[in-house]
Structure formats: structure tokens, C-alpha cells
Design a protein around this ligand. Structure first.
Ligand SMILES: Nc1ncnc2c1ncn2[C@@H]1O[C@H](COP(=O)(O)OP(=O)(O)O)[C@@H](O)[C@H]1O
Ligand SMILES: [Mg+2]
Length: 272
């Protein structure tokens, strides 16, 4: 892995285990996870639902702690996720009593930016996020996709070095999803943030990433790390190229080996 070749990793997860109490039993959710993300890399995590992806991101973000193992930033145990990580959780977590605009600026306000300045910054981006004209609406009046875009805007406004995205395009229709993927590619090309993305979508994982980690059915274990060596800058047209198809078939192998029920879930998403 490129990030292991002497370069300090931005994020390093080592020998991480996590279990939860389920019906009075201790159930292992994440099993010996190793994951490395170099500075400015785009890494995706793909795996069946319930395999612990969101749990892993919660731990990286510092919202939960592992039973054993470590998460280090910039090679130093002393560096914390706080103030470094922008996290868009799977649930949009918009505050129902705040408008779209005021939800978007929540993080900036919490960091002490005056409301007016924060609003001005957010307003510059609402069109790009497909929220223009909806700035004064409350979350209950929005579609699922719009709520997700508002949460996305809030995350990106924070302008952190590391961005964690948990299925950010999950509630979007296919066309909007492709537009947002291309938009994220452009954003990443220009800002070179370190991004970790969770997705169910193989095309999305390959198109966006430098590397894809495949997790097994629960307990989640890393079963494959796929290097994506497609040239950049990338665009959606690449999904039809033979090199893309070859990567996809390699990714399919470990995903097909999942339990039938889960594999069906993935197949449904991918139209296999
Ligand atoms: N706080 C919790 N307490 C108990 N079980 C949990 C908790 N959070 C997640 N789980 C369980 O851990 C497993 C992994 O959950 P999650 O990380 O959300 O999976 P994924 O994001 O891959 O779908 C699931 O079985 C889920 O029910
Ligand atoms: Mg999840």
C-alpha cells in the first residue's frame, strides 16, 4: 500500500476489535481491522449491511471506542480526531427546529463563527448542493435526498482535513447520485482532502477511490484491499471502460462470497 511506504498515515487503524451486547450476549462486530489512509487519499469501505461499517467510522471519529486496538492520526497517539474530522453520519441528524441554512451552518457556529458570516458562506454553496430556494425550509418539508444534501453541505462547510462520509448518496436518485459523485471527484481533485467513504455501490467505490476495503459479513473483517489505479482526473464515463470492469469483477469475488441474504441485498443495489 502506498501509504505504508514510509509516508506518515493520516489515519491508521490497527488490530481493532469491537463487540456489542445483543440480547444479553457479547457479539463481535469488528474483527481485527487494519486500515491505513494516507494524506490526501480517497479510501472507500464496502461490505454487507450490519458488518460494522458505521461502527468503524464512529470509532475513527472518536464517537465510540474500540474494545481493543488503536486509531492514530498522523502517526501520533497524541493527536485526536477532534477538530480534524468532518463526519457525515448515515442518519442526517438535521435539527427539526432549524431551517436548511441554519442546519448547514451549525458546525461553523459551534466553532464560533458569527451567524451572519456563516450564512454568507453557506449561501454561496446552496446552489451547488441543489438546495437553492429551500434555504428557509424546515427539514420536515424536504425530500430524503435534500435532507442528505443539507447534511453534506454542513459537513463540507466545516472544511476539515479529514472527511468521513457514511453512505452520503444513499437516499439520492440515480441521476443525482452520479452528479454528486462527479461533484465530489472535482472537490477532492481541487482540495485533496483525506476522505473515507462508506458505500454499498461498487461503481461508486471504484470511481472515487484510490483504495477500496472490502469487509466480510458480521463480524466485519477486511477480506480484500483493492488498489484502484485508474488515471485521474476521473469522470463517470470511465465506468464503461474495460479497466473499470476488471476492477469491478475483482471486487465482486469477495462480495459474492457473503451470506446469501446479504449478497442478494448487494446484488439488488448493483443490478447483478
Ligand atoms: N450501540 C449499539 N448497541 C448494540 N448493537 C449495535 C450498536 N450499534 C450497532 N450495533 C450492531 O452492530 C452491527 C453493526 O452495525 P453497523 O456498524 O451500523 O453496520 P453497518 O453500518 O455495516 O450496516 C449491527 O448488528 C448493529 O445492530
Ligand atoms: Mg451503516
Amino acid at each position: 500500500m502506498a501509504s505504508d511506504a514510509g509516508i506518515t498515515s493520516k489515519i491508521r487503524v490497527e488490530s481493532l476489535n469491537k463487540s456489542f451486547n445483543v440480547d444479553g450476549r457479547r457479539e463481535l462486530v469488528l474483527d481485527d481491522i487494519q486500515l491505513t489512509v494516507g494524506e490526501g487519499e480517497f479510501v472507500s469501505i464496502i461490505g454487507p449491511s450490519g458488518c460494522g461499517k458505521s461502527t468503524l467510522l464512529n470509532i475513527v471519529a472518536g464517537l465510540d471506542s474500540p474494545d481493543s486496538g488503536t486509531v492514530t492520526f498522523e502517526g501520533s497517539p497524541g493527536v485526536s480526531a477532534l477538530g480534524r474530522v468532518g463526519y457525515m453520519q448515515q442518519k442526517d441528524l438535521l435539527l427539526p427546529w432549524r431551517t436548511v441554512l441554519d442546519n448547514a451552518i451549525l458546525g461553523l457556529e459551534l466553532h464560533g463563527m458569527p451567524r451572519r458570516q456563516a450564512r454568507t458562506r453557506a449561501l454561496e454553496l446552496t446552489e451547488f448542493f441543489g438546495l437553492k430556494g429551500y434555504e428557509s425550509q424546515y427539514p420536515y418539508a424536504l425530500s430524503g435526498g435534500m435532507k442528505q444534501r443539507a447534511a453534506f453541505l454542513r459537513t463540507m462547510l466545516m472544511d476539515q482535513e479529514i472527511v468521513l462520509l457514511d453512505e452520503p448518496f444513499g437516499a439520492l436518485d440515480a441521476l443525482t447520485r452520479v452528479q454528486m459523485q462527479e461533484w465530489l471527484l472535482q472537490l477532492w481533485d481541487s482540495l485533496r482532502k483525506t476522505i473515507v467513504l462508506i458505500t454499498h455501490d461498487m461503481d461508486e467505490a471504484i470511481l472515487l477511490s484510490d483504495r477500496v476495503y472490502v469487509l466480510t459479513h458480521r463480524p466485519g473483517r477486511v477480506t480484500m484491499v483493492l488498489d484502484v489505479d485508474l488515471p485521474r482526473p476521473r469522470s463517470y464515463e470511465q465506468v464503461t471502460e474495460p479497466s473499470f470492469a476488471r476492477l469491478k469483477s475483482r471486487l465482486l469475488e469477495p462480495l459474492r462470497e457473503q451470506k446469501p441474504k446479504e449478497a442478494q441485498g448487494l446484488a439488488g443495489k448493483e443490478g447483478l
